[in-house]
Design a binder for this molecule. Structure first.
Ligand code: GLN
Length: 249
């Protein structure tokens, strides 16, 4: 019998690209999808690994410039597969270092250019001054979002098909500290500087990704929850609300 509730989720380069708690995003998706009655299967994909047969969501974290250089060659061997999945509407959330590599290129402060896979129409250039601190923003898709940024790269959007993911509130610098944009979106691919981890603090974003993953796999999003599962989700939402209040004030 075919299993109709499985969601295949790729955790992209967790060995090299996983700082400031970005693994929490994978754990949040796994837990919330399970509480909604789905069967999430997490595929850790590192350099040299076999690519999974099915992919319904991709989650990738941040990393230092060194980590970005280590994954670069392997990443290119997966570029076409990832582009095709993006065009199919597979939801992807990529943070900081991987956000930069989902763009056209990332040029380090030393002038070394790492090409990206150009799913998102952005490019990034490293600066001497790092952008560090709490980040509060508003996105059209998910409303207010809180998190934390720490990057040297300044990112600029450069193509009409790629929209800013969010607008930065007073606190935080976002893509480049000048145009008040933060992150980028094309199809259901979201690139952002939001560490945090961002998903435990902003469950509306996690649920958006789960919905899109289910629609990709099964054509519809149909949560099946017992009262107890619903109560657990409500508790997680209440905790996120408390974290949000602390971060946003
Ligand atoms: N190396 C990148 C930068 O500093 C990414 C940092 C990160 O992922 N936090 O801009």
């Amino acid at each position: 019998m075919t299993d109709t509730r499985v969601l295949d989720i790729v955790s992209l380069y967790p060995k090299e690209m996983n700082i400031y708690g970005d693994t929490g995003n994978v754990k949040t998706i796994e837990l919330r999808a399970r509480l909604m009655g789905y069967k999430p299967r997490i595929h850790q994909y590192n350099v040299g690994d076999t690519w999974p047969e099915h992919v319904d969501m991709i989650l990738g974290g941040g990393g230092q410039d060194k980590g970005q250089a280590i994954i670069s060659d392997d990443f290119f061997t997966r570029a076409q597969q990832i582009r095709t999945l993006a065009e199919e509407g597979v939801p992807m959330l990529v943070i900081c270092g991987l956000y930069q590599l989902f763009g056209e290129y990332f040029e380090t402060r030393e002038g070394k250019r790492l090409p990206g896979i150009h799913v998102l129409g952005v490019h990034t250039v490293g600066q001497d001054t790092r952008m560090i601190g709490n980040l509060v923003e508003h996105s059209e898709q998910c409303g207010p979002i809180v998190g934390y940024e720490n990057h040297s790269g300044q990112t600029v959007l450069h193509d009409d098909g790629t929209q800013p993911w969010a607008t930065v509130d007073d606190e935080g610098t976002g893509n480049n500290g000048t145009d008040h944009t933060e992150g980028a979106r094309k199809f259901n691919v979201i690139g952002t500087y939001m560490h945090g981890s961002v998903l435990p603090k902003n469950p509306q974003l996690a649920d958006f990704l789960i919905k899109k993953a289910a629609e990709h796999r099964y054509g519809t999003f149909a949560p099946q929850m017992s009262d107890e599962q619903k109560a657990q989700l409500d508790t997680l939402d209440a905790l996120a609300g408390a974290a949000f209040d602390v971060a946003a004030h």
